[in-house]
Design a protein around this ligand. Structure first.
Ligand code: 5GP
Ligand code: MG
Ligand code: MG
Length: 183
């Protein structure tokens, strides 16, 4: 198979591009109304949240600020190590800010629980989480996520920003990666 032919690498399409956009429109309207009259800082977690951030922020009517943080907890594998490293810190000072963390997916929850603790120590006025996807059955720690797109099974998924070994991020849908690719 050509390495550019990815159809054989996927088993099922779990969430389509259209479903994602409809859901992000809904979440954007809810966030607009929840933060009415407040300044909001969206913090995207690189690199997986790039697509969610682009589409969610543009579906919102209010003006927002956007910042990015890069952390790693996975390496090239498919399981969270639980050890979180900051690869790129925020440019913004969080003191007194209303912060909404934008994530691609909550799996074990270990990365976000670490991030939430880290952000709490920086003096934000409020911190909430928006995640496009969540795997409830994989949770090792409970995360209070105010805005969730879709609850999905525990399979490893790719697309719409989500990678396996830096590939598949540019798929428009979210799909289950065939086990033969990583096993
Ligand atoms: P957690 O710490 O909640 O286990 O997951 C942290 C990060 O691992 C997520 O933000 C995401 O970038 C990545 N991750 C978790 N589950 C998946 C998955 O099914 N597919 C991909 N591509 N990345 C995942
Ligand atoms: Mg992520
Ligand atoms: Mg990854």
């Amino acid at each position: 198979m050509e390495s550019s032919d990815i159809a054989g690498d996927l088993t099922t399409i779990l969430v389509t591009e259209q479903q994602i956009h409809d859901k992000l429109d809904e979440l954007a309207a809810q966030i607009d109304s929840d933060y009415e009259g407040k300044d909001l800082l969206l913090v995207g977690v690189l690199k997986g949240a790039v697509m969610v951030m682009a589409d969610l922020s543009r579906a919102m009517k209010k003006h927002v600020s956007i910042d990015w943080m890069a952390v790693s907890s996975y390496g090239a594998g498919t399981k969270s190590s639980g050890v979180v490293q900051i690869r790129k810190d925020l440019d913004s000072d969080l003191t007194g800010r209303h912060v909404l963390i934008v994530e691609d997916i909550i799996d074990s929850g270990l990365t976000l629980s670490w991030l939430l603790e880290n952000f709490a120590s920086r003096g934000a006025a409020s911190i909430e989480v928006c995640a496009l996807l969540r795997k409830p059955e994989a949770a090792k720690v409970q995360i209070d996520c105010k805005y969730v797109g879709f609850d999905i099974p525990t399979d490893f998924v790719v697309g719409y920003g989500l990678d396996f070994d830096e590939r598949y991020r540019n798929l428009r849908d979210v799909a289950v990666l065939a086990p033969h690719v990583y096993s």
